[in-house]
Design a protein around this ligand. Structure first.
Ligand code: NAI
Ligand code: MG
Length: 359
């Protein structure tokens, strides 16, 4: 039985970059023996325009039935005045919550060809290849109670930082399993010197380590981790952390590699089913102009092949194709140095398909 991939193009450059993903997957179906079926549904602003809702029932149903989901991006200025609950972003958050996508994987890889794009010196980032596993559906972003209220005549804002043992354990397992497939080094980031929640976090990670004797587990306080990411990022292989720390650290790690147009991500559920998406947004400033870099999306496809569809060879092949395209100096505007020839979204898709063909 073929595996089902649901494409959710969304808004802005979302449809442009997802179209390149569809072309690459179609090529693989035809030439690399992949048994996949692609379908498409509406999410975000595109869904609001068609149905009035950012996450229509039909989309949620299709997402539940699919083996993996590839999302472009959602949002744009034309929906910014809508109330929070009706905005395009709600479509994305709704999918994460409904599908219980609790493990967010964000690799930060510096391609040698793009070494100049990093904000750090070449010798500090050369060969960088780290992966941050961020808990995505718990922690202080979701804890109750929360709000702003008057307490003894003083306006007071409050949020609750909460993690249960099972929540920590399931994301810990994803991190250990991921580390097993990589450099077998896992750094768990917490603030166990101050926050009780993360004392429990550290305890659970330490307990899990006994089941993964091959993985070398270390612990680091989040403030130090931020410092180390900038000072000596190559000391890390896999980092696992909670929702808020992961949000901040993953953006920091992303910038070590330069362009937002190169960064993929995965959000997985407990069975390894996942939603894959580029880290960037809908880029309204360049939407519809064939300028978007599709590589973050194509690298997200590679993650999808690897983590949800069990197609490791195809994933490797696609990642190699991206690398060879960079080596051959194909550049969209976001990764081009001054004076370098710039190509468009379509042409970059062509180049990747040609590179796949050439392997
Ligand atoms: P953005 O990531 O869309 O754009 C930031 C800058 O990076 C822009 O100058 C854009 O042109 C450039 N850029 C982004 N992706 C690119 C690509 N693939 N190739 C070349 N250049 C690229 O972030 P921004 O401007 O803060 O947000 C725009 C809209 O996207 C907002 O409505 C926001 O809410 C939404 N958004 C959606 C996300 C998602 O769907 N996961 C994530 C972040 C923002
Ligand atoms: Mg963020």
């Amino acid at each position: 039985m073929s595996q089902e991939v649901l494409l959710l193009p969304g808004d802005g450059i979302g449809p442009e970059v997802t179209a390149q993903a569809a072309r690459v997957l179609d090529w693989m179906i035809d030439h690399a023996d992949l048994d996949l079926e692609l379908s498409e549904a509406l999410v975000g602003g595109a869904a609001i325009e068609a149905t009035g809702e950012p996450l229509p029932d039909a989309t949620l149903k299709a997402a539940r039935e699919a083996d993996a989901i590839l999302l472009g991006a959602v949002g744009g200025p034309q929906w910014d005045s809508l109330p929070m609950a009706q905005r395009p972003e709600k479509g994305l958050l709704g999918l994460r919550a409904e599908l219980d996508l609790f493990a967010n994987l964000r690799p930060a890889i510096l391609y040698p060809e793009l070494a100049d794009a990093s904000s750090l010196k070449a010798e500090i980032v050369a060969g960088l290849d780290i992966l941050i596993v961020r808990e995505l559906t718990g922690g202080i972003y979701f804890g109750q109670p929360r709000g702003v209220e008057e307490r003894n005549g003083v306006r007071t804002g409050f949020n609750t930082y909460v993690y249960s043992e099972p929540e920590i354990e399931r994301v810990g397992r994803v991190a250990f399993e991921t580390a097993m497939k990589r450099g077998k080094k896992l750094c768990s980031v917490d603030k166990a010197n101050v926050l009780e929640v993360t004392v429990l976090w550290r305890e659970v990670m330490t307990r899990l380590a006994a089941e993964y004797p091959e993985v070398e587990l270390s612990h680091m306080y989040v403030d130090n981790a931020a410092m180390q990411l900038v000072r000596n990022p190559k000391q890390f292989d896999v980092i696992v952390t909670g929702n808020m720390f992961g949000d901040i650290l993953s953006d920091c790690a992303a910038m070590l590699t330069g362009s937002i147009g190169m960064l993929p991500s995965a959000s997985l559920d407990v069975n390894g089913k996942g939603m894959y998406e580029p880290v960037h947004g809908s880029a309204p400033d360049i939407a519809g102009t064939d300028q978007a870099n599709p590589l973050a999306t194509l690298l997200s496809v590679a993650m999808m092949l690897r983590h949800s569809l069990g197609q490791i060879d195809a994933a490797d092949r696609l990642e190699r194709a991206v690398q060879s395209v960079l080596a051959a100096d194909h550049r969209t505007g976001d990764i081009a140095a001054t004076g370098e020839t710039v190509i468009g979204t379509q042409a970059m898709g062509d180049a990747v398909i040609a590179a796949l063909q050439a392997q």
